[in-house]
Design a protein around this ligand. Structure first.
Ligand SMILES: N[C@@H](CCC(=O)N[C@@H](CS)C(=O)NCC(=O)O)C(=O)O
Length: 231
C-alpha cells in the first residue's frame, strides 16, 4: 500500500489532511510542494492536478484532489475511528454540514480577505493614489497621463502604441474584423487578469468535452467560438 500526500502546510486544506493523517496514525509519504517557489506550476504537475493546486493524494496510483473529497475517501479506505466520519446517517450529515460550510462559507471568504489584505500593502500609499484614486492595479502612467481599468488600458495601449491590428482592429464598427473587436479585448483582459484561472477552466472544459459531445450538446464550442474569432 502506498499513500502520498502532496502538500505545503501554508495551505489550510493541506493542513487539514496532514493533521487528519497524523492524528489517525495513517501511514503516508509526505511530498512537500513549495507553493512560494511555484513548484506546483512546474511542467508535469498538471498531470496530477489540472488546476495545479494542492493538496493531492496518490493512493496505489489513484490520484485524488479536493480536500473534502479526499477526507471522505480516506475515511472509507482506511481504518479510522467512526467519530471522524460516522456511518450513522444523521451524525454523518452533521460532519458533512460542517465540511461544506467551512469550505464554501468560511474558507472561500477568508481567502479573499487575506488576499485583499496582503495585496493592499503593496500599493496602499499616497504615491500610488496619485495614479489611481482607488489604489487598485492595474493602472498605467504614460508620460504623465494615468489610466485605470484594464479594458480601458488595453484600448489605450492599442491606440497609442504600434501593435498589430488583430489585437484591436481599427476598421471601426463596420470595418473588417469589427465583430471580433470586443471579444478579443475581453479575452485578452481575462487572460491578463485571470491567466491561470482561464487556463484551469480550459482544462476543465477539455475534461468534460467528450462527455458533453457524447450527449449531443453542441453549444459548448459554439458558445465559446466568439473568443477564438470563429463565429
Ligand atoms: N478546493 C481545494 C482548494 C485547493 C487550494 O486552494 N489550494 C491552494 C493552496 S490553499 C493552492 O494550491 N494554490 C496554488 C495556486 O492556486 O496557485 C481543496 O479543498 O483542496
Amino acid at each position: 500500500m502506498s499513500l502520498k500526500l502532496y502538500h505545503d502546510l501554508l495551505s489550510q486544506p493541506a493542513r487539514a489532511l496532514y493533521i487528519f493523517l497524523k492524528q489517525t496514525g495513517t501511514p503516508f509519504e509526505s511530498v512537500f510542494v513549495n507553493l512560494m517557489k511555484g513548484e506546483h506550476l512546474k511542467p508535469g504537475f498538471a498531470k496530477l492536478n489540472a488546476f495545479k493546486q494542492i493538496p493531492i493524494i496518490e493512493h496505489d496510483g489513484f490520484v485524488l484532489t479536493e480536500s473534502v473529497a479526499i477526507l471522505r475517501y480516506l475515511c472509507r479506505e482506511f481504518k479510522v475511528d467512526d467519530h471522524w466520519y460516522p456511518k450513522e446517517s444523521k451524525a454523518q450529515a452533521r460532519v458533512d454540514e460542517f465540511l461544506e460550510w467551512q469550505h464554501m462559507g468560511l474558507r472561500l471568504h477568508l481567502v479573499s480577505y487575506v488576499r485583499t489584505k496582503l495585496v493592499k500593502r503593496e500599493h496602499d500609499n499616497a504615491e500610488f493614489e496619485k495614479i489611481n484614486v482607488f489604489k487598485k492595479v492595474p493602472a498605467i502612467a504614460h508620460d504623465g497621463f494615468n489610466v485605470m481599468e484594464s479594458v480601458a488600458i488595453l484600448r489605450y495601449l492599442c491606440r497609442e502604441f504600434k501593435v498589430a491590428d488583430h489585437w484591436y482592429p481599427r476598421g471601426g464598427l463596420e470595418g473588417p474584423g469589427s465583430r471580433r473587436r470586443v471579444p478579443r479585448v475581453a479575452a485578452l483582459e481575462r487572460e491578463k487578469a485571470f491567466g491561470r484561472l482561464l487556463d484551469r477552466q480550459g482544462h476543465l472544459a477539455d475534461a468534460y468535452r467528450p462527455a458533453i459531445a457524447s450527449r449531443g450538446i453542441g453549444t459548448i464550442d459554439e458558445g465559446h467560438g466568439c473568443l477564438s474569432g470563429s463565429n
